[in-house]
Ligand binder design. Structure first.
Ligand code: CP
Ligand code: NVA
Length: 328
C-alpha cells in the first residue's frame, strides 16, 4: 500500500480535521458528519493539485473498483474509471444487460460475489433501496453513483467547485431552481450537515419532500444552516451567490415528460432570472444539460457558468472518496 505524500498533511486549503473513513459506504451525504465531508473536500483539493502538477499519486495500486450502471452515464463512468487509472488501480464496467442484477441474480448475491474479487463497488441504480441493499450485503465499501433519491458524489464535486470559486461554502446564498430531485436532495443534506444557506425554487408538486427537509433541518439546527423552499424562482435566486439547476425530467421519469414540460418553463435559468442574482454569481448544472429547457445556451456558455469545473471535479472528489474509503 502506498503512503500518502506529505502534501496531504501540510495542505492549507481547508484545514480540515482528518477523519478516518476506512471501510465506510457512501450511500447518502446525510450519513456523514461535517468533519467527514470536510475531510473528503480537503483530500479532493490536494489530489487536484497532484493531478494538475502531473505528480504520480498511485495510492490504489492493485485495487479494483466494480462499476454497476442501471442507467446511462458519461461523467460518472468516465471519472470513476479515469480516477482509478490515475490512482494506479483498475475499474470494471459491469454492463447491466449482461449482469442483470435483480433478475438473473439477486442484489445480495451480486454483492456477495463482488466482495470476493474487488475492493470497492460503485452503483448507479433506479431504486435507492438497491444501493442500500448492496451496501448492507457487501463487506467492501459501496458508493452511490446516483439513485432516484440522491446523488452524493455530484454534490461533493459541486462543493469543491463552490470552494474554488468563492473560497468558502458558508455565508453564501445558494439557490437551486427547478425539479426537487435526487440532486436537490443531496444538496439539501449538504446544507444541513455543513450549515449552508440554501434556497430551493420549485413548483408545487415537485418540491423536496417533508422527510428530506425535516432530516436536513434537524441537522441544520446544529450547524446554523438554513433551507428555504419557494414556489417563486425569483425569490429563490434573489441576491444569490450560486444558482444551480438540473434536468426537469430525471432518468426513469421519461413517461412524465409532457406533463413536466407544462410546469417547469417559469423555472428556466435564463438571463432574466440570473439578473436577480448577485452580479458575480456562479451558475451550476450537474449535466447533462437540456439546452433551451432548464438552462439557456446564453447562460450555460456565459461568464457565470462553472458547469465544466463541476464536471472535472467529479474526478478529484471521487478519487478522494475512493482513497479515503479504502483507508489510504
Ligand atoms: N452528472 C452526472 O452524474 O453525469 P452522468 O449522468 O453523465 O454520469
Ligand atoms: N437528476 C438527474 C441527474 C443526472 C446526473 C437524473 O437523475 O437523471
Amino acid at each position: 500500500m502506498s503512503t500518502l505524500p506529505v502534501v496531504f498533511e501540510t495542505d492549507t486549503v481547508t484545514r480540515a480535521p482528518v477523519e478516518s473513513l476506512f471501510g465506510r459506504d457512501l450511500v447518502s451525504i446525510a450519513d456523514y458528519t461535517s468533519a467527514e465531508l470536510r475531510t473528503i473536500l480537503h483530500r479532493a483539493h490536494a489530489l487536484k493539485r497532484e493531478q494538475r502538477a502531473r505528480r504520480a499519486h498511485r495510492l490504489l495500486e492493485g485495487r479494483t473498483l466494480a462499476m454497476i450502471f442501471e442507467k446511462p452515464s458519461l461523467r460518472t463512468r468516465c471519472t470513476f474509471e479515469t480516477g482509478m487509472t490515475q490512482l494506479g488501480g483498475h475499474a470494471i464496467d459491469l454492463a447491466q444487460q449482461h449482469m442483470q442484477m435483480g433478475t438473473r441474480e439477486s442484489v445480495p448475491d451480486v454483492a456477495h460475489n463482488l466482495e470476493r474479487w474487488v475492493d470497492v463497488i460503485m452503483a448507479r441504480v433506479f431504486s435507492h433501496q438497491t444501493v442500500i441493499e448492496l451496501a448492507a450485503n457487501s463487506k467492501v465499501p459501496v458508493i452511490n453513483g446516483l439513485s432516484d433519491f440522491c446523488h452524493p458524489c455530484q454534490i461533493m464535486a459541486d462543493l469543491q467547485t463552490i470552494e474554488e470559486h468563492r473560497g468558502r461554502l458558508t455565508s453564501l446564498k445558494i439557490a437551486y431552481v427547478g425539479d426537487g430531485n435526487n440532486v436537490t436532495n443531496s444538496l439539501i443534506f449538504a446544507a444541513g450537515v455543513l450549515g449552508l444557506d440554501l434556497h430551493v425554487g420549485a413548483p408545487q408538486g415537485y418540491q423536496p419532500t417533508g422527510p428530506v427537509l425535516e432530516r436536513a433541518r434537524a441537522m441544520a439546527l446544529h450547524t446554523d444552516g438554513e433551507i428555504v423552499v419557494h414556489d417563486d424562482p425569483v425569490a429563490a435566486v434573489d441576491g444569490a451567490d450560486v444558482v444551480y439547476t438540473d434536468s426537469w425530467v430525471s432518468m426513469g421519469q421519461e413517461a412524465e415528460s409532457a406533463e413536466r414540460m407544462k410546469v417547469f418553463p417559469p423555472y428556466q435559468v435564463n438571463a432574466a432570472l440570473l439578473a436577480h442574482a448577485r452580479a458575480d454569481a456562479i451558475v451550476m448544472h450537474c449535466l447533462p444539460a437540456h439546452r433551451g429547457l432548464e438552462i439557456t445556451d446564453e447562460v450555460m456558455d456565459g461568464p457565470h457558468s462553472v458547469v465544466f469545473d463541476q464536471s472535472e471535479n467529479r474526478l478529484h472528489t471521487q478519487k478522494a472518496i475512493l482513497t479515503l474509503l479504502l483507508g489510504v
